[in-house]
Design a protein. Structure first.
Length: 185
């Protein structure tokens, strides 16, 4: 098993990309309230600042700043992913198939729209999320603004909208810095 070495910087500002295991769907925007709830509960338990956040249909990007003396973003992401998964499972969005589903050609167990690899099954992973996430520790102010703008512009890049402010699942709406910093190069 790979041993991923992550920086051990406390109070860091970090850019994240977190993706669903199956790309191409709409689960995150269809269930955005479940995601918001998972983030809100996790922030109440383990505070962090959200500098930018954008939810796309099958992945999300965000910039967080952790509290001084804290570097544990992995536990936060684990909690967010687990809460989101439980919430949508409890709503019947995904879940276990009844045992009689075998005769319909479906594997007995997890929802056939969310196939799980043998390693995910062995680890008890629900199969909704990619197991890991990508993170980048912000180096300076220019790097910060480049990643915040990346969050704001990502729905445009993917062709969902023509202007960042037209995407409903973005922190761009709450950010008064938007107009000023969209013009930075």
């Amino acid at each position: 098993m790979p041993n991923y070495l992550r920086p051990k910087v406390t109070g860091a500002t970090i850019f994240f990309t977190v993706a669903l295991a199956q790309r191409g769907g709409r689960l995150l925007v269809d269930e955005v309230e479940a995601l918001r709830t998972a983030v809100r509960i996790t922030r109440n338990e383990r505070p962090f600042d959200i500098d930018a956040f954008v939810v796309l249909p099958d992945h999300l990007h965000c910039v967080w700043t952790l509290p001084s003396g804290d570097r544990d973003y992995g536990t936060r992401w684990g909690a967010i992913k687990a809460r989101f998964t439980r919430n949508i499972r409890d709503k019947g969005r995904v879940g276990f198939q009844p045992t009689h589903a075998k005769h319909l050609g479906h594997a007995v167990g997890w929802n056939p729209t969310l196939p799980r690899s043998p390693s995910k099954i062995a680890k008890g992973d629900a199969g909704i999320w990619q197991r890991r996430f990508w993170e980048h520790h912000i180096r300076d102010e220019a790097d910060y603004w480049a990643h915040v703008r990346y969050c704001w512009l990502n729905p445009v890049k993917h062709g969902f909208v023509e202007r960042p402010e037209d995407w409903p699942y973005s922190s761009v709406h709450r950010d008064t810095r938007f107009q000023v910093h969209m013009n930075l190069t």
